[in-house]
Structures are given as C-alpha cells and as structure tokens.
Design a protein around this ligand. Structure first.
Ligand SMILES: Cc1ncc(COP(=O)(O)O)c(C=O)c1O
Length: 397
C-alpha cells in the first residue's frame, strides 16, 4: 500500500521575502494577454532589443559549438581569450588599459554582476546609494544583502545627474557602494567627463565603491560618443564598470557581460561566482570574443538606427503636441505625462484605449512619478503609429 506523505510547509528565507516586487511583470502579463486576444498591441514598455544578433556572430557560435573542448566545463572564471577581447575593445574605444587577469570578470549578463556586487560588498546596515529613477535590479542585490538603499533623486533640472551635495552626512558615513548609470535607463540622459571626475573625487573622499552601469555605452546620439567611467583618472582606484553585449550587439539572450576595473572588486566577483557557477558555455565565449574584436560597423549602424527612430518619434510627438526632451543616448525616451495624470493612470489609459504599452515612471522609483518610459524598440512606422494612436486620445496641446 502506498504511504501518504504529508506535504511540508515551504518557508521562504527572510532574504527572499526582502526582495522587491517585480513592478513590470504585471505589465508584461497584461500586454501578452491582450495580444493573445488578437489586439494589435505596440509594446514599447520593455527593454528587449528588437533586432537579431549580427549573422557573423551567430555563425561563429554555430562553428564553435562543434569544438569538443567547449563540451567540457569551461575554466572557472572564463577563458582568457574573452577577457583579452573585452580589454582590447576598451583600449580601442576608450583608451582604457585593463589587465585581463586581474581587472576583468566575465558575467552571465550585466544583471548578474549588478546583483552580485552588493552581495560582495554590503553587510546588513550598510548603505548603498541608488539612482531614483533607476534600473530596479540594483534594488534586488541590496535587498539580498540586507543593506539599506538611499536614493539619489535624478531631476530633469540637473540633467538627470545625482546631486552629491544633497546627500546626508549620516548616510554617507554608512555608504559602501553606489550605482550610477549613463547613458541612463530610464531617462536617456548621458554624463560627461566632468561628472565622472566629480564622482571619482566624491567616492574617494567617502570611501564608497562606484558601480558604473554602462549597459548602453554604445548608444549615443548627435555625434557624441558616451564617455566611460573608466576613462576618468583614478576611476580604477574607486570602482568598476559593468559592460554587456546585450544591447550593443543585440545579444540579450546570450547572457554575456563583464565587470571591469578595480582588481579587489573583480577578485570578489570572481570569488562569489566560483561558488555560484562555472563560466559561460565556451562556444558562447568564443562568439562573444569575435563580436568584440571583429568589425564594429554593426554597432555604429545600430546606434544610428536608434537615433533615426528617436527623431521620427519626436517629430510624431510634436505633431500631437506632446512636448518632451530628446534622449542623448540609450534607447529610451522619458516623457512627461499630461496634467491630471499619474504615470500609472496615464500608462493604463494608453494601454486600454490606444493599445500602446509604456512603462510608468514610478516603477523606476518615486522620482519617476510624472513620466513614462518609451523604448525605441519598434520600427519607425510603428513608432509613428503609436504616437498617432496616443494623439487621438486628445490629451495634449
Ligand atoms: C540599465 C541596465 N543595466 C543592466 C542591464 C542588464 O543587461 P544584461 O543583464 O542583459 O547584460 C539592463 C538591461 O535591460 C539595463 O537596462
């Protein structure tokens, strides 16, 4: 006779219960349900590149998959050739020299490293300075470490840069880590060399490790190449930069990212990863190295494509009377909501009545209230169509 086993009660650990709720999961589910009902939804609410990976990179993966060496476990912290490849890219693009052995960590996408760095550096009670609005994954790592976030509001009047002078001394005394992110998600703002110089000086003065999230580093507009934090004198003394192939090479599904810079931080990231994983599939590492060292025309073309989309969208916004500032980089537009609406009520209305998905700004933090984020992740005709549909709601002008 089969014995009945009582179902045990699965209790989540405290740190799991500390995790922030995934604000945008609900939005994605609503949009998917409407598409399934047959509606023509224009989804500009997410950050998933809409173009495929350049074919030569895919071909390289296909060929590399046949190599039996890659069917074995890869070396713990990844192949040296991939670390050399990213170091070469940084030297060519930014004039930054990186030691592949001590100043590069290979990551399963930037997101992984952004969560790991908090676990490497923060104890319960420590403070992490986080941009508001900002990319929600910073919050996840801080929550898992049991540390406390202090938000740095990014105001349009300050070019969406943090005002370090406004931070309280008691928070600065406890701060161990800070995140900055330019070109910025969600505001599309870019930072210049002077901002990074100020950041290095601020971090050194207060003993805070800087985590510069450079996920959109390849996407800059109006002839301006985004500046890397690591170009700043002294940057490696105080921090690291997170770099990813997801956006620059349309490789979001491949999960290839890097942490670069301060050797002490890189050692800790490699150490925690030795416990979590054995590095990426070798064939992916080979194709990623090819992406970084092969011809870079596709990267320039991609940035130019987003710029054309931005300009087409802003012409269409102008036609419907929606006034907003153009982003200087990334593929996001940060648009003020019309009077009388919150970011959520406006995004809901646009979704229900125009079948256009926009991300409510408040999902990126309290200072995101009053804005919606629009991703330039559909072709120009669809972006024009989205603006025209919103225009027909008669909320502007
Ligand atoms: C600001 C920012 N940082 C990091 C990432 C992580 O990218 P990935 O994990 O694909 O490298 C994203 C992805 O959307 C992002 O928007």
């Amino acid at each position: 006779m089969k014995r009945q086993i009582a179902r045990i009660r699965v209790e989540p650990a405290a740190r799991i219960q500390e995790l922030p709720t995934q604000f945008f999961a609900n939005l994605s589910a609503k949009a998917a349900a409407r598409v399934a009902e047959g509606y023509d939804v224009i989804n500009l609410g997410q950050g998933n590149p809409d173009q495929p990976t350049p074919q030569p990179i895919v071909d390289r993966l296909k060929a590399a998959a046949d190599n039996p060496l890659y069917h074995k476990y890869p070396p713990f912290s990844g192949y040296r050739f991939l670390k050399e490849a990213v170091a070469k890219r940084y030297e060519e693009d930014y004039g930054v020299k990186l030691d592949p052995d001590t100043e590069v960590a290979i990551l399963f996408g930037g997101k992984t490293g952004l969560v790991e760095i908090s676990q490497c550096l923060l104890n319960p009670g420590d403070v992490c300075l986080v941009p508001d609005p900002g990319y929600p994954d910073y919050w996840s790592g801080v929550a898992l470490a049991g540390a406390r976030m202090v938000f740095m509001p990014l105001a349009e009047s300050n070019g969406f840069l943090p005002d370090y002078g406004a931070l309280k001394p008691e928070d600065l005394n406890r701060a161990k880590l800070m995140f900055i992110n330019y070109p910025n998600n969600p505001t599309g703002a870019v930072a210049d060399a002077a901002f990074y110089a100020e950041t290095v000086e601020f971090a050194a003065r207060h003993g805070i490790v800087v985590a510069s999230d450079f996920a959109y580093g390849a996407i800059g507009f109006d002839g301006k190449r985004p500046v890397s934090f690591l170009e700043t004198p002294g940057a490696k003394e105080v921090g690291v930069e997170f770099y990813t192939l997801s956006k620059s090479y349309n490789m979001a599904g491949w999960r290839v990212g890097f942490a670069l810079g301060n050797a002490d931080v890189i050692r800790l990231i490699n150490l925690i990863q030795d416990h979590y994983y054995c590095s990426l599939f070798g064939a992916i590492q080979e194709a990623a190295a090819y992406a970084l060292t092969g011809p870079q025309d596709s990267v320039r073309e991609l940035s130019a494509m987003y710029e054309r989309r931005r300009d087409t969208l802003f012409r269409a916004l102008d036609r419907i009377g929606w006034k907003a500032s153009k982003p200087g980089g990334s593929f996001f537009c940060w648009l003020p909501v019309p009077a009388g609406h919150s970011s959520e009520s406006f995004a809901d209305l646009v979704f229900e009545q125009a079948d256009v998905v926009l991300a409510p700004g408040v999902g990126f933090g309290r200072s995101g209230e009053g804005y919606v984020r629009l991703g330039l992740l559909a072709d120009e005709a669809r972006l024009e169509e989205a603006a025209a549909r919103i225009g027909r709601l008669g909320l502007f002008g």
